[in-house]
Ligand binder design. Structure first.
Ligand code: GLN
Length: 239
């Protein structure tokens, strides 16, 4: 059986709002195609061979846990950057997204250095951006999720899409997330992948293409798709 290796970074610290559901979605949609997914829980990075990962995943965490996780991930920042530049698919959520940038400035002005994988930064305010969110994405269609962050992120890269309901990267530009090569950064919990199978398949397909594993189209799972449309219709009618 073909197999894909997912590195799940700091699962004990960065695991807000059901982010583990993203791993379950990757496994499930791979299994439906006869592809096995092995998950490596990365709690310590010393000696880690990042180049052996087929998909990189980092969930979200509180500011405190984010600071601890950043210290751990700092050791492999060059390998992580090399993997991203090489086109390894990656999904990073909220706190995990924020620390790929240059810095995260807390509401009381403390600067936490980021991994500097890409050229962006986040500054946080006490007023949190919270609630359900809908995005219109050229690549993925309509995306739905849940956000809860103090951080406002500013960057010059491609995004996941335009915000139709909710906040996204910050409270001014109505854009959500970041898309660079096969790296996706986003504020969407929810978790994002079970609600948006297009993104799950994007990550799986990128991983399969890199390993020459044939990737079948299996279309929508009608239950997932119906649930997603119910949420989108409700949110848009509440606007
Ligand atoms: N600590 C970050 C913020 O509040 C990330 C929170 C999260 O991962 N949900 O912006």
């Amino acid at each position: 059986m073909s197999s894909i290796n997912v590195y799940h970074f700091m699962p004990d610290k960065l695991n807000l709002y059901g982010d583990i559901g993203n791993i379950i979605a990757l496994k499930k949609r791979a299994k439906w195609r006869g592809i096995d997914v092995t998950v490596t829980d990365v709690k310590e990075t010393s000696g880690l061979a990042v180049s052996e990962a087929d998909i990189l995943f980092i969930g979200g965490g509180s500011d405190r846990e984010q600071a601890i996780a950043t210290q751990e991930l700092f050791r492999i920042k060059d390998e992580f950057k090399a993997a991203i530049e090489d086109g390894v698919p990656a999904l990073t959520i909220c706190g995990g997204y924020q620390f790929l940038g240059e810095k995260y400035v807390t509401p009381d002005g403390q600067e936490l250095p980021g991994l500097n994988i890409l050229d962006f930064y986040t500054e946080s305010k006490k007023e949190r951006l919270t609630g359900n969110i809908v995005i219109e994405s050229e690549t993925f269609g309509r995306i739905v999720g849940f956000e809860n962050h103090g951080g406002r992120t500013y960057h010059p890269y491609g995004t996941l899409g335009d915000v139709i309901a909710g906040y996204g990267n910050n409270d001014t530009d109505k854009k959500e997330g970041l898309h660079y090569k096969n790296l996706l950064g986003t504020y969407l919990h929810g978790p994002i992948l079970p609600k948006n199978h297009e993104i799950t398949d994007y990550l799986l397909q990128a991983a399969c293409d890199r390993k020459n594993i044939p990737f079948e189209s299996i279309g929508d799972n009608s239950t997932e798709e119906n649930a997603k449309n119910v949420i989108i219709n409700r949110l848009l009618s509440e606007k």
